[in-house]
Design a protein around this ligand. Structure first.
Ligand code: 5GP
Length: 145
């Protein structure tokens, strides 16, 4: 899948945004959605997507949508840290299949990290139970400023 391929309106995140398939939502506004990664690389792995942009990756996103996305990522990361008390966290963002991207609707990952808990591999983590994700999402949402 080349970096410049056209946007597929039926990619999995577009379908989540349209409510066609379920997702455990943390918070949203008219511009962005934060939801739990269903194959979490660590406990509390959250994804942030734009609701308005059909950018596939960092190269083609409009600056205003990117600004909203990164501000939402920072807001969510603060809540993740407050709620789950990781000792660190990673912000990840993959571009193109060769760059590790698997869903071609631009998104940022927040992956909380603890020194004694190894991070699972990207694309190799087991699927989480929706109830466990909902409980984490509720804790993170309650910690939002
Ligand atoms: P990428 O590889 O594109 O950077 O990240 C895509 C992310 O989406 C992966 O971390 C993967 O676990 C997650 N993912 C894939 N399918 C679904 C899904 O149906 N629901 C949710 N919530 N996450 C998904």
């Amino acid at each position: 899948m080349p970096l410049q391929a056209p946007y597929d309106p039926d990619n999995i995140f577009a379908r989540i945004l349209r409510g066609e398939i379920p997702a455990v939502r943390v918070w949203e506004d008219e511009h962005v959605l934060a939801f739990m990664d269903v194959f979490p690389q660590s406990e509390g792995h959250v994804l942030i997507v734009s609701k308005t942009s059909t950018a596939r990756n960092l190269l083609d996103v409009e600056p205003e949508a990117l600004a909203r996305l990164i501000a939402a990522t920072q807001r969510t990361a603060r809540a993740v840290v407050k709620a789950l008390a990781p000792e660190g966290f990673q912000i990840m963002q993959f571009n193109g299949e060769a760059g590790g991207q698997t869903v071609f609707h631009l998104h940022f990952h927040i992956v909380p990290r603890w020194p004694d808990r190894p991070m699972k591999g990207h694309g190799h983590a087991p699927m989480a139970e929706p109830e466990a994700l909902r409980a984490l999402a509720d804790r993170i949402a309650a910690a939002l400023d």
